[in-house]
Design a protein around this ligand. Structure first.
Ligand SMILES: [Zn+2]
Length: 154
C-alpha cells in the first residue's frame, strides 16, 4: 500500500467501504455467520485500503458510527476474524496488538509517537544474514518493524 492519506485527526484514511453484500460474502466464505455486529465491524475493517487497527480504535470508530457494541465484543470479533484468516494479528511493542487486514507476510513502518502502522511496499526491504535456525526448525518468514520518529526540520 502506498500513498497514505490522513484526515484532519491524522488517522489513516479508511478507503472506500465495500458493499454490505461483499462483506456478507466475505464472512460466509470464512464460515462466519453475518451477524449485525460482524457486518458493522467488517464494514469498518474491510475497505479497498489495507487497515491496521487496535481493538480500541475499531471500538471507537464503531461507537462513533452509532453502533452499540462493547470493547469486549470488538475484541472477540477481531479474534474470530483472525481465526477465520480474515485479519492477521501483529504484536508490535508488547502492549498494543494490531489487526491487519492485509494477511500476507509483509513488513511495517511503525510511528512510535502515535502508534501508527503502515505497510512497507513489497520488495523494498531485504534481510541479509539470517541466523541458522535451531536443529529441527526452519524459518517460516521474517517480518520487520522499522520504527519511525519525526525528522528534524531544517
Ligand atoms: Zn500491514
Amino acid at each position: 500500500m502506498t500513498g497514505q492519506v490522513h484526515d484532519a485527526l491524522g488517522h489513516e484514511a479508511r478507503g472506500m467501504p465495500r458493499s454490505e453484500a461483499e462483506i456478507v460474502e466475505l464472512l460466509r466464505h470464512a464460515r462466519l455467520r453475518p451477524t449485525r455486529q460482524r457486518l458493522a465491524l467488517g464494514a469498518l475493517l474491510f475497505t479497498d485500503h489495507g487497515r491496521h487497527v487496535t481493538a480500541e480504535l475499531l471500538h471507537a470508530e464503531a461507537v462513533a458510527g452509532g453502533e452499540r457494541v462493547s470493547l469486549a465484543t470488538v475484541y472477540n470479533t477481531l479474534h474470530q476474524f483472525r481465526r477465520a484468516g480474515l485479519v492477521r494479528e501483529l504484536a508490535i511493542d508488547g502492549t498494543r496488538t494490531y489487526f491487519d487486514t492485509n494477511t500476507s507476510n509483509h513488513s511495517h513502518f511503525y510511528v512510535e509517537q502515535d502508534g501508527k502502522l503502515m505497510d512497507i511496499p513489497e520488495g523494498s526491504i531485504r534481510v541479509d544474514g539470517l541466523p541458522k535456525p535451531p536443529e529441527g526448525m526452519r524459518i517460516s518468514h521474517v517480518d520487520v518493524v522499522v520504527r519511525l520518529v519525526a525528522a528534524p526540520r531544517d
